[in-house]
Ligand binder design. Structure first.
Ligand code: ADP
Ligand code: CIR
Length: 347
């Protein structure tokens, strides 16, 4: 990748947080800085430079990037999470502290619930700066640990480079597997040597899954049909605990779990439901204003940057840093309850 000498023109007019906070002065201040893994500003911002329609537009190659390029990342983190430089992250993975009785016991609105966290292995560069050998060793170590899991968490690891196109298509369509060729990840350097060293582990029921070497080295996922959010959270906490006993993850007191995208820092948790909201879907301004009020994000049915189909939306917590895991799920829950209430009124 050619190192940028001049402020990138494509950012002029872009609405991304990168464009907002990478002023010409900050570009000059940071353009020759480099982390001990050799990660540069050009690499950190390439995704947003190549994709001016990004919401954020920047990724890091290692934990140190958040320090070296702090004058860019601090304001992005502050705006996205409402989290200031002097704030401290907190954690609470106790399902008993969650107040989330099924908001839709008759199953009229919620199709499924999914909660994931991102994790990266301590002392290894993050995806945008990882070497092929390091990516390989992450895959080997993590898949060995997962293959030793028993009972409800027991299952099998499926490497992507050994998967038929038919199987991968059906896993993607059914929302279990990440898609290939995402242009935001591609330009962030996250798809290098694809499909090698990537894969998915899942138990028989596909209620516990782990993505290996996608945007983060691990995405630990709990999901099931319906709206029993507490059951999904409980299974996830058991899985996180089991994995944390075997793999040490990158974490610091200020930023929590270290992730390649600044939106995922902290808990690295996205708790979501797939939910039918056709009437709110026809009043998008009101839908967005309720979502903003409850700190939830609206996505389409096939994940980030996808569209809704049949009035079904993906509703998830927006904040992940400076709030605990229980609070992330509570944000999503409170937002979903408010959205169902309004949807009923509009029907
Ligand atoms: P991430 O969750 O890692 O931020 P995406 O937004 O790309 O990533 O979503 C990943 C996949 O998970 C997509 O296929 C998406 O449809 C699926 N998904 C997300 N939430 C749910 C849900 N509540 N139920 C079923 N599938 C879901
Ligand atoms: C973007 O900037 O749009 C992509 N790089 C994805 C950012 C992460 N998405 C989010 O809002 N959590």
């Amino acid at each position: 990748m050619q190192e940028l000498k001049e402020y990138p023109k494509s950012l002029e007019g872009s609405k991304s947080l990168l464009a907002k906070y990478l002023t010409k002065e900050i570009f000059q201040e940071l353009k020759d800085k480099v982390t001990s893994n050799g990660f540069t500003l050009t690499q950190a911002i390439n995704s947003g430079v190549q994709n001016p329609d990004s919401g954020i537009g920047a990724y890091v190659g290692d934990e140190e990037s958040y320090e070296v390029f702090a004058s860019l990342f601090d304001p992005i983190i502050e705006e996205y999470h409402g989290f200031k430089k002097e704030d401290k992250h907190k954690s609470n993975l106790n399902p008993d502290d969650l107040n989330a009785p099924n908001p839709d016991p008759k199953g009229e609105y919620i199709l499924s619930t999914r909660i994931r966290v991102g994790r990266n292995v301590k002392n290894i560069p993050l995806g945008p700066a990882i070497s092929d050998e390091q990516r390989d060793s992450v895959e080997k170590d993590v898949s060995d640990v997962l293959s030793s899991f028993k009972n409800n968490l027991g299952g099998k690891y499926y490497p992507l480079n050994n998967m038929s196109e038919e199987d991968s298509k059906s896993l993607i369509k059914d929302h279990f597997l990440f898609k290939a060729g995402d242009r935001f990840l591609e330009t962030a350097g996250l798809n290098k040597n694809w499909p090698n060293s990537r894969g998915i582990f899942h138990n028989n029921e596909k209620t516990f899954l782990v993505w290996v070497n996608e945007e983060d080295e691990l995405r630990i996922i709990s999901m099931q049909e319906g709206g029993d959010i507490k059951e999904v959270f409980t299974r996830l906490t058991i899985a996180i605990d089991a994995l944390s006993k075997k793999v040490e993850f990158a974490y610091n007191e200020h930023l929590g779990y270290i992730t390649s995208c600044p939106t995922n820092l902290g808990t690295a948790m996205r708790a979501s439901v797939h939910i039918k909201l056709p009437n709110l879907g026809n009043s998008m301004d009101e839908f967005k204003s309720i979502a903003d009020k409850y700190n939830v994000q609206i996505r389409g049915i096939h994940g980030e940057h996808s569209a809704s189909e049949g009035g079904i939306y993906d509703i998830s917590n927006k904040r992940r840093l400076g709030v605990s895991e229980v609070e992330c799920v509570q944000d999503m829950y409170d937002g979903v309850v408010a959205l169902i209430k309004r949807e009923k009124e509009l029907a």
